[in-house]
Design a protein around this ligand. Structure first.
Ligand SMILES: [Zn+2]
Length: 138
């Protein structure tokens, strides 16, 4: 089953990555890394298959797409330990107190690895959600 959602997300990731590539005068992109949180509403499998089906059109396709799947994670309000919230359970598996949500709801571009960048090192980090200007400046 094809979902437009992952395809359009992938497209915005690729467009954003390519903007970074052009800005740094790199010939191509070796790797694009994204974070997919459990609550991000993005299916990592569909995202990966969308990547494998993407055709080189307006810009060069990165060699690989790495998807970091981030589970829903909380910190216990009592024992202060970090736990994966299995099955979205909001209670601490160790002591039963409430878990304070810390991560697992984001879909974002983590990094873009460029090849033959003229000015900078090979890896550029991008902070914030996809679509925002990356913060790396020389
Ligand atoms: Zn606890």
């Amino acid at each position: 089953m094809t979902r437009m959602h992952e395809q359009s997300l992938l497209r915005s990731v690729l467009e954003h990555s390519d903007a970074i590539r052009r800005k740094h005068h790199a010939s191509r992109i070796k790797e694009v890394r994204v974070e997919v949180g459990a609550l991000a509403g993005v299916d990592p499998t569909l995202l990966a298959s969308a990547f494998h089906r993407v055709e080189s059109g307006d810009f060069p396709i990165p060699e690989s797409l790495v998807i970091d799947e981030v589970p829903l994670t909380g910190v216990c309000s009592a024992c202060d330990d970090e736990h994966t919230m299995e099955d979205f359970r909001p209670d601490c598996p160790a002591c039963g107190a409430w878990l304070r949500f810390v991560r697992g709801d984001a879909f974002r571009l983590i990094s873009v690895t460029l090849v033959d960048a003229r000015n900078e090192g090979p890896t550029l980090s991008s902070e914030g959600p996809v679509g925002r200007e990356e913060s790396t400046r020389g």
